[in-house]
Design a protein around this ligand. Sequence first.
Ligand SMILES: [Zn+2]
Length: 676
Amino acid sequence: MSERFSRRDFLASTTLATAAVLTVPGHAKSILTEAKTEPFSDWKMKPVMDFSKSPYAKLRQVPVGAVTISGYWASRRKTNVESSIPSMREELADHGRMTNFERLQSRSKEPQKGPVYSDSDIYKWTEAVAYTLQSESRPELKKVADEQIREVVAIQEPNGYLNTYYVEDRKPLRMQQHTQEVGHELYCMGHYLQGAIAYYRATGDPTMLNAGIRFVDDFLLPNYGPGANQKPIVSGHPEIEMSLIELYRTTGNRKYVDLAGYILHGDKRWTIKPNAIVYMYCGIPFPERTKLEGHAVRCMYACCGATDYYLETGDPAYWKTLEALWQDLASHQLYVTGGVGARAEGEAFGDAYELPNARAYGESCAAIGNMMWNARMLAATGEARFADVMERALYNGINSGMSLDGKLYCYRNPLAFEPATGDVIRNPWYDTTCCPPNIERTFSSLPGYFYSTSKDGIYVHLYDTSEMNWHLEDGTGLKISQKTEYPWKGDVSMTVSPAKSQEFTVYLRIPGWSAGNSVRVNGKTVDGAKAGEYLAIRRKWSTGDRIELAMDMTPRLLKANAAVMEDVGKTAMQRGPIVFCMEGLDQAEENHGLNMANLRLDLKGETKVRFEPETLGGVTVLEHPGSFVAGAPDLYRTASPGPGEKNGTMLKLIPYYAWANRKPSPMQVWIPYTEA
Ligand SMILES: [Zn+2]
């Protein structure tokens, strides 16, 4: 890592920071002055979320740069960096997202382009680049990002304000209550800070970060907050909370945690309408929440911020609420794909058990919010139930959001689809383009979710062929290599190599879906592996020690809670972490105009598992016996098919994430079944 950033690069970056100080009056005591010699303490090899000093974090993330993936996720990540990130950069440029910045420097006469939150898409894209640069050297990409950052920071006003929408005629609207509720100023700054922190941790260049600090220190903190001389803050789209806490983790400045706490608490001086309190998931003290509701992305981001706040403060009221909200998630609100947010109207959570399939909203951003929240809950506890949700969302409801060629994206991720509705589910661009760069930053950051350290050892959360080169919390160097064909096969062979022989614990995640497991260390069976828990293997580890984990990849037929009305009489198939679906074009009778609604899966049939290297970039497919009723699907018919109506067939299923990558075709995850 260190070789990539020469002393000259480092000095160049700090010079920029210094120049910025000189153009902004009244900064003699600011943190910027210190940036002349050393930006902040140590920028290299920091995790996505740096819990290293978080007193209530049981686990600490391993940095993106410490894990090299060469298995299943390597190809998805290669597509991400070589196809998605460059094509999204072009889309952003073609849709004027950068001319918004150029106009404010008198270099473009174009009018303002895009919705109020357009700046955030640039910042999420920068964050995606940043994690890529934490993994590998990409000088061309860095050059583009560097230039873009210069364009962005150039529009910062002397008072620290930085936003391309609330300028010129709209300047008087800045930070008014209505603007705070719907205008996304702090949402944009939240994404700005996350991008800036990730970029700083990738390159050591504090240019973007320093401008973000100026926004918070010079514009926000002096004027907004709980004080009598400050105006209130309402977080119309939560996001700033988690970014402020990561800013604290980056700078060590506690005032950012306090500000996040104030925002999470809400400010009674402003009256907020009850429906806005639900929709925005802010405006009342976070610990007063009793369920997930309102706009799903807002709600998930608020939960991320609240968990970050808990990790720094240990406030028990926050933990009690977070646990209750998580139970609501797992018991009532989670799609089998890990997606959340059932309703299109308001992009919102539905009532408990309201999980429609074709109408499912399941925004890609909400699934990402779900994963980010569960990663934080995992850090707080070390409990595998959170990693299970993380994995479910990652392999399914997030993974589905990007096409196999990396150039098309889902905004919503339904669990059933009928092309005759005219809906086009994968598109290169959305005017609200929150999801595409969000998926890109998630895939870029993925190596950072594989492992955590704890006081007594190392946690293995995710499996893929990969190499980890990091250290235990006492500083002892540690390498772990994984060899596996996961997620298609359940065997993982791991080599654990500490720099010196030492006693510590390897916590091996046994997924909740894996009913039968075997674990061996250097050929000897280790007892106690339980589905949905970490198996703690404590021993004296020496270089080259081998762990062999065999998970249970038997295809599973799932039934939903009977209260989920849309899934009554239906089953979904899952094998390993992958949820499957049926596309019409794979079914034998598709050419005969057979309606998907007429297909039935035989619960007693035996599933055949087959890897098809030529299908959808190489996937495992399932074949399962079923039947169909010939003819047009009636609205009602007798419960038992009449003579000759029932015909045997084989149903073919593909991984859900890979759907809609061929010609338009009906799709369903939940399939009607027969037990005959
Ligand atoms: Zn989105």
